[in-house]
Design a protein around this ligand. Structure first.
Ligand code: ATP
Length: 220
């Protein structure tokens, strides 16, 4: 089974590329979906957060109050805006430390289910692929890259945020240019959707190429 790693920066176009994989019949395991599930009431991740932050982190419904969690995590009111997305995006160190085992297990479970169904190639869409050391599981790794100005504009337009908020979210992540140096394939998504489609097809040809023995052993 081949597990392709898909990552990039916030708003760089991972979900858009992920949809292209699905359109080509390659299933995608979405780490954001797994990350949302591991914080659901009563799960191991939920218990971990409650143990770390106390009951005051919970909403009356018993679900984790994500904005509040972020407030505590950052202890910086200016960064609260970071919280209106998934907790998984918020603070790499804290969230990775607290929840990584649950997220990794959840992802592996999804991979296992697809393997049981006979899928030969699957894609892991993991925004924090490198930060969470999941890059070791995947070959090839694809980074969806976008130039900084376009990234900022797309983020502001998609989420209706100010430049300051968008920049703060971008800067909370590992620099996209650094991710670019750690990858096998870079898809430059600075152009139109037609350009992206073309680049995706080129990348797909590389994904379908047979693995060498070194790659087969995931030797890095
Ligand atoms: P996040 O990390 O926040 O989940 P993402 O990396 O998944 O973001 P997308 O949501 O796929 O990024 O893309 C960000 C925004 O940019 C979306 O509104 C998407 O429709 C738009 N977009 C992506 N690629 C292009 C493109 N080539 N041309 C124009 N708009 C694009």
């Amino acid at each position: 089974m081949r597990i392709v790693g898909l990552t990039g920066g916030i708003g760089s176009g991972k979900s858009t590329v992920s949809n292209l994989f699905k359109a080509h019949g390659i299933p995608v395991v979405d780490a954001d979906v797994v990350a949302r599930n591991v914080l659901k009431k009563g799960t191991g991740g939920w218990r971990k957060v409650v143990a770390a932050f106390g009951n005051e982190i919970l909403l009356p419904s018993g679900e984790v109050d994500r904005p509040k969690l972020g407030q505590i995590v950052f202890n910086d009111p200016d960064k609260r805006q970071l919280l209106n997305r998934e907790v998984y995006f918020l603070d790499v160190e804290t969230v990775t430390k607290l929840l990584a085992p649950y997220i990794s297990t959840g992802i592996l479970l999804e991979v296992f289910k697809l393997w049981m169904k006979g899928c030969k190639t699957i894609t892991l869409d993991v925004p924090l692929l490198f930060e969470a050391n999941m890059d070791k599981w995947t070959k090839p790794i694809i980074v969806v890259w976008v130039d900084p100005q376009t990234q900022l504009e797309r983020l502001m337009s998609r989420d209706g945020t100010t430049a300051e908020e968008a920049n703060s979210r971008i800067n909370a992540q590992m620099p996209l240019d650094l991710k670019k140096t750690k990858t096998d394939i870079v898809i430059d998504n600075s152009g139109s959707l037609d350009d992206l489609n073309k680049r995706f097809r080129e990348a797909l040809a590389d994904v379908k190429r047979p693995l060498t023995w070194a790659e087969f052993g995931l030797c890095r």
